[in-house]
Design a protein around this ligand. Structure first.
Ligand code: GAL
Length: 852
């Protein structure tokens, strides 16, 4: 009898769950999903920064990496480019993305914003919002609040209609309103506070059945959970002890800027920050980004944010696993999950184990116990005594003990494989034409290039005149990156602003971002701002002619501002003064009557479109114009062989935009070089990370490779169109494919055994000892070669290992025997396997292998 009533109850519950969904609540220690108290690991993937065909793979790799939740922003300007005209197709198919996550069995955190920051153009706001009379963004302003509420409600309704909230049986367990408003709230005075209270009640009234969060919002009113963003959030506490400690953005790296070096956050530090968070009472942690992806088209924010949004994330821009980051974090997540029962039950008890040495213990009444031991010092390793046992704690590391006894993971000891990824460069057109060049493997560009010259100055019928210099964003409404400012004037040769003969100095000041000055149709100078200062001051000696002269200034934006109080008011373009300066006087042209043209002639003609009616415009000359400004180029190409992700290498080009089969792969700018200094030869992960620490690629183009999604191309007959603004040689462009060159692993005798081995029987795993495990990236590959193996004191990193003083002579043969010909292999890192080449020294095994 008892048994059958239990079954009955179970069936009712199961039915209730599918028909009515799960309840999602929270308390001080946990998110409570359908009665189950959870700690959750989450990662950001922004759906428009990849393509729908990539989504299932990205989500699966996130799941395999140990994530429970996928977090995404919603991008208002993508979905509502024109007021009340919505677009949810292709990369914008939010519903499909959420369902893809659900299909993999993962949960969703929907960060609606609708202000999102996110290095996204204009912070996600559509430009039309700016032109609503009387509007003030992100404050207690009726026109703004009306629009924000309308869009937020629209998204919530869409999700409800598809039954996507957890309360309806869907995957969405959390939603976010606003974004980091607390960082700038004081600039808005008391209206800021009332705006936040309004946003909170507006969101709550939408009745999603799941909790809302506000990030970086210490005063978030109940029941909204205030959450933390940053490189470390272990010191954060929410504004009520009824709320869990949540970390919505743990920056896994940082964004790339044109003109900046490539950010890199070492995984030892990232893992340390996560372990510290859970050590000190954390409940929910999200990687921003888990997959960063690509800023296609004009989606990038700015100014000067690059097209790649790789972010040094665990999944790279192309969606491939980045090692050892991905694997080390996967092991960390498994270790944290082994502690879940203890974590959700109680607050930790803290004990000091010495200076910089901390133990936090989660212990329940029923005896469940988990402990985290940290060495927060940056200088020296330590040996600590805890519960009567001794433990080695490297500097800046956390050890995780899911049974308060056995260490299953230490954040500084990487047990996971490190893949050495390479972009393999295929031949460019110019190399293919040159018989002296080494022959590459793929012939990709199929035909010669044709071109169209973009006219200098005014060429469109919609040009207009206006007195004085106009601010660019208010003029173009971001319909194009480009705005022409054109002026003609007469001189007779005796003007006081002339120097020698008809020479003079042209002085132009612009709010940014890039400026090209043409005098009488010829480019005479360019200037550009940078991420710290977008302004351009151009001063250039120019030659005029007697009679009529023309000044054409082409101003270009590189992504609109996305952050800061009143950021939407940051202007761009030539706001002056514009002057001609000579020895005896100057002429200020700022308030003259200028002629304006929004956008380019080629944009109007749709030269970038796949099947444009513009084919008659294209000219195939025997001599292609090269290294000249304002040229459109076009060619056909075949897809590079295979299925590896592909990129275009724009070395040889200046600055512009590229379209593949009519789709914009974004702005390219390989000539913007990062500073010579500021990169570290070797990166010390110990100590607080900041975005400028451990950078790579100093003195190199910030970005020379641009992702071309496989799904945008066919095997042959593809079109590539470029608009080159400054001057370049398109025949130097080449394709590159992203491939795994080698697999590496380097594990010390003192490492804990791989966390995969830790199950319920911790003792068994401990007996196993440290292990190296190698696995080919693709299921149909086998390990073909061991390029390097050393047991002893090997040095260096993946791709450049070398033998140390101590080296077992049997290492290479042992590893070859165990691995060659297999998909994967495991080797014990111990003297039992290799013999002892140097008694008394802590030894490690380093292996580099190749798969084919
Ligand atoms: C945060 C913001 C994110 C993103 C990040 C930097 O402050 O909330 O949207 O901009 O900085 O990548």
């Amino acid at each position: 009898m008892k048994g059958s009533s239990f079954v009955f109850l179970y069936v009712v519950c199961a039915l209730a769950q599918s028909a009515y969904g799960a309840t999602v609540g929270y308390d001080h220690r946990a998110l409570v999903i359908d009665g189950r108290r959870r700690v959750l690991i989450s990662g950001s993937i922004h759906y428009p920064r990849s393509t729908p065909d990539m989504w299932p793979g990205l989500v699966q790799k996130s799941k395999d990496g140990g994530l429970d939740v996928i977090e995404t922003y919603i991008f208002w300007n993508l979905h509502e480019p024109v007021r009340k005209q919505y677009d949810f197709e292709g990369r914008k198919d939010l519903v499909k993305f959420v369902k893809t996550v659900a299909d993999a069995g993962l949960l969703v955190h929907l960060r609606i914003g609708p202000y999102v920051c996110a290095e996204w153009n204009y912070g996600g706001f559509p430009l039309w919002l700016h032109f609503i009379p009387g509007i003030e963004f992100r404050t207690d302003n009726e026109p703004f609040k009306t629009e924000m509420q309308r869009f937020t409600a629209k998204i919530v309704d869409m999700m409800k209609q598809e039954k996507l909230f957890a309360s309806q049986g869907g995957p969405i367990i959390l939603a976010q309103i606003e974004n980091e408003y607390g960082n700038i709230e004081s600039a808005y005075g008391s209206a800021g506070k009332s705006y936040i209270n309004w946003a909170a009640s507006m969101a709550t009234a939408l009745d999603t059945g799941v909790p809302w969060v506000m990030c970086q919002q210490a005063d978030a009113p109940d029941p909204i959970i205030n959450t933390c963003n940053g490189f470390y959030c272990d010191q954060f506490t929410p504004n009520s002890d009824k709320k869990p400690k949540m970390w919505t953005e743990n920056w896994s790296g940082w964004f790339l800027s044109f003109g900046g070096a490539v950010p890199h956050r070492p995984v030892e530090d990232l893992a340390f920050s996560v372990a510290r968070f859970f050590q000190r009472g954390g409940t929910f942690q999200n990687y921003y980004m888990y997959h960063g992806g690509t800023n296609f088209g004009h989606t990038t924010g700015g100014p000067f944010i690059a097209t790649s949004y790789d972010y040094d994330a665990p999944l790279d821009e192309y969606g491939m696993v980045r090692q050892p980051k991905w694997g080390h974090l996967r092991d960390l997540h498994k270790s944290i999950k082994l502690c879940e029962a203890a974590l959700v039950a109680t607050d930790p008890t803290y004990t000091s184990l010495g200076p910089n040495l901390e133990a936090h213990v989660y212990k329940t009444g029923s005896g469940t116990c988990a402990a985290f031991l940290a060495n927060v010092g940056t200088q020296s390793d330590a040996t600590v005594t805890f519960n009567g046992n001794t433990y080695h704690l490297p500097a800046w590391s956390v050890s995780i003990l899911p049974d308060c006894k056995n260490v299953v993971f230490n954040t500084a000891k990487i047990n996971s494989q490190a893949n050495h990824m390479e972009m393999r460069r295929l031949r460019s057109e110019s190399e293919r034409q040159d018989p002296k060049q080494i022959v590459g493997s793929s012939e990709t560009f199929q035909s010669d290039w044709s071109s169209v010259t973009e006219p200098v100055g005014i060429s469109k019928s919609n040009a207009f005149k206006k007195s004085g210099l106009a601010e660019q964003i208010n003029t173009t409404a971001d319909a194009s990156d480009y705005l022409w400012y054109s002026l003609s004037f007469e001189i007779n040769g005796d003007e006081p602003f002339l120097l020698n003969g008809t020479q003079t100095v042209l002085h132009v000041e612009s709010l940014g971002h890039v400026l090209h000055a043409f005098i009488n149709g010829k480019l005479s100078g360019s200037g550009m701002g940078n991420r710290d200062n977008a302004k351009v001051v151009l001063e250039k000696t120019i030659m005029l002619v007697q009679g009529k002269n023309t000044i054409d200034l082409l101003s270009a934006t590189v992504g609109l501002q996305n952050y800061g109080a009143f950021y939407e008011k940051t202007g761009a373009g030539v706001t002056g003064p514009v002057k001609l300066k000579g020895n005896n006087g100057s002429l200020d042209l700022s308030s003259n009557q200028w002629t304006y043209q929004i956008g380019l002639k080629g944009e109007e003609l749709g030269l970038y479109e796949d099947s444009s009616g513009s084919s008659s415009q294209w000219v195939s000359q025997s001599t292609l114009p090269k290294n000249q400004p304002l040229i459109w180029y076009k060619t056909n190409f075949e897809a590079p062989d295979g299925n590896d992700p592909i990129a275009l290498d724009f070395t040889g080009m200046g600055k512009g935009e590229a379209w593949v089969n009519g789709q914009s792969i974004g702005r390219y700018w390989p000539t913007y070089i990062s500073p010579q200094n500021g990169c570290a030869d070797s990166c010390n992960y110990k100590g607080s990370y900041s975005s400028s620490k451990c950078q790579k690629g100093c003195g190199m183009p910030s970005q020379k490779l641009y992702h071309v999604p496989r799904s945008w191309i066919q095997p042959s007959g593809n079109t590539l169109v470029l608009f080159e603004e400054m001057g370049g040689d398109p025949t130097q462009i080449s394709f590159a494919t992203r491939e795994t060159e080698s697999l590496c692993a380097h594990v010390s005798e003192s490492h804990p055994p791989p966390v995969a081995a830790w199950g319920s029987d911790l003792w068994m795993a401990r007996k196993l000892g440290p292990v190296i495990r190698l696995e080919c990236p693709s299921p149909n590959q086998l390990i073909s070669e061991i390029k390097f193996a050393s047991f002893g004191t090997p040095q260096g990193t993946c791709g450049s290992y070398g033998h140390g003083r101590c080296n077992s002579t049997s290492a290479l043969a042992v590893v070859q025997q165990a691995c060659v010909g297999s998909k994967n292999c495991s080797i014990g890192v111990s003297v039992e396997t290799f013999g002892d080449p140097c008694v008394g020294v802590v030894k490690s095994l380093a292996v580099e292998a190749a798969c084919t």
